[in-house]
Design a protein around this ligand. Sequence first.
Ligand SMILES: [Zn+2]
Length: 137
Amino acid sequence: MQTLIEQWAEKISGLLGLGRVKVHLEGGSISFASPETNEIFIGKRQVRTTRDIIFLLGHEMTHLRQWRENPSILSIGVRPDYRAPLGMKPHEYRALPREQEADKVGLELTRTLNYKNKVLNKDGYSIFVHCMEYAPK
Ligand SMILES: [Zn+2]
């Protein structure tokens, strides 16, 4: 899975004009971008299929681009440390401007890139399905 992630990371960072982005695969169930170091951390539990990898990379790399080009979007609707307010529901989180933009880019990549969608981690839940389920209607 690591190699597959690295290959897609190179492709997607190029498409988004981000240069080289280092991507780390971790055991947990959260994924995030680290703008200070231009890195992405992918939580393995969120990945079920190839589509989840493409979606996650597009999503987190969009956050890197937001930090560079439009940092004010990152703080709309969240606490000063950029975390979600306590008790925020999944559909409220997905409606944040920064998340909507990142989900839109991730979704677009899952529609336009050429890939075979395979199950890579049968113990993972699909972050793609989660995000679509809670997307603003
Ligand atoms: Zn996000």
